[in-house]
Design a protein around this ligand. Structure first.
Ligand code: AP5
Length: 206
């Protein structure tokens, strides 16, 4: 099963990705997590990526495509994978077409009015897990016990830029994949569990 999760920042891609990857036993490939891990380790890619991420801009396509290309060649991706946050532009989607085929693109649709509250209230763990202050009241991760932190790009000003970049550069992918006949829209304004039920209904038919 080769699946892409599409959606605006804060649509709930990461929250759904954790559940999907676990339920279908496929690797979860998040380009955002890959960059954050490189930033935490202070690698060359991390330092380079941070200069874009902190401004709410996309990391240049060639860098992202190289990371995904290398990851998809790893043995655990042979039976399928879940891409979260990639592709994010038409050139990235075209590059992905040259690497592999895709079974389903799940587009999580969320009203822009709820996104800022979701992102400013998000608390993230270095293990990739994320929580929301409205439903989770501890400052350590339930999964691994590490302290939670606020992402640098979850500031209101940066969120505004991320949403603009999404509208201009990423949203055209909805049409791109609809034309290929692999797009499935899911209403992301419901609870995390309700959204997951809808995603499962789609993927179980694949
Ligand atoms: P990335 O980490 O991919 O960020 P993003 O796409 O902006 O998405 P987010 O992680 O912010 O949100 P999400 O949709 O995963 O929502 P989540 O489930 O956490 O990328 C970060 C940056 O890296 C980019 O801006 C870019 O600079 C760079 N980058 C990454 N990939 C790139 C690429 N391909 N090309 C170029 N640059 C790239 O949920 C958010 C909050 O809401 C959480 O608190 C959660 O608990 C809560 N929540 C989730 N679902 C629900 C729900 N249904 N109801 C209520 N609350 C919910």
């Amino acid at each position: 099963m080769k699946v892409i999760l599409l959606g605006a920042p804060g649509a709930g891609k990461g929250s759904q990705a954790t559940k999907i990857a676990q339920h279908y036993a496929i690797p979860h490939i998040s380009t955002g997590d890959a960059f954050r891990s490189n930033i935490a380790k202070g690698t060359e890619i991390g330092v380079y990526a941070k200069s874009f991420i902190d401004k709410g801009q996309l990391v240049p396509d060639d860098v992202v495509v190289r990371i995904v290309d290398a990851r998809l060649k790893e043995a655990d991706c042979a039976k399928g994978f879940l891409l979260d946050g990639f592709p994010r532009s038409i050139p990235q989607a075209e590059a992905l077409d040259r690497l592999t085929d895709i079974d389903a693109v799940i587009n999580i649709e969320v009203d822009f009015s709820v996104i800022t509250a979701r992102l400013t209230g998000r608390r993230t763990c270095r293990c990739g897990e994320s929580y929301h202050i409205s439903t989770y009241h501890k400052d350590t991760c339930a999964k691994c016990g590490q302290p939670l932190y606020i992402r640098d790009d979850d500031k209101e000003e940066t969120i505004k830029n991320r949403l603009e970049v999404y509208r201009k550069t990423t949203e055209p992918l909805v049409k791109y994949y609809a034309e290929k006949g692999v797009l499935y829209n899911v209403d992301g304004n419901r609870s995390i569990d309700e959204v997951f039920v809808a995603v499962k209904e789609i993927l179980d038919r694949k």
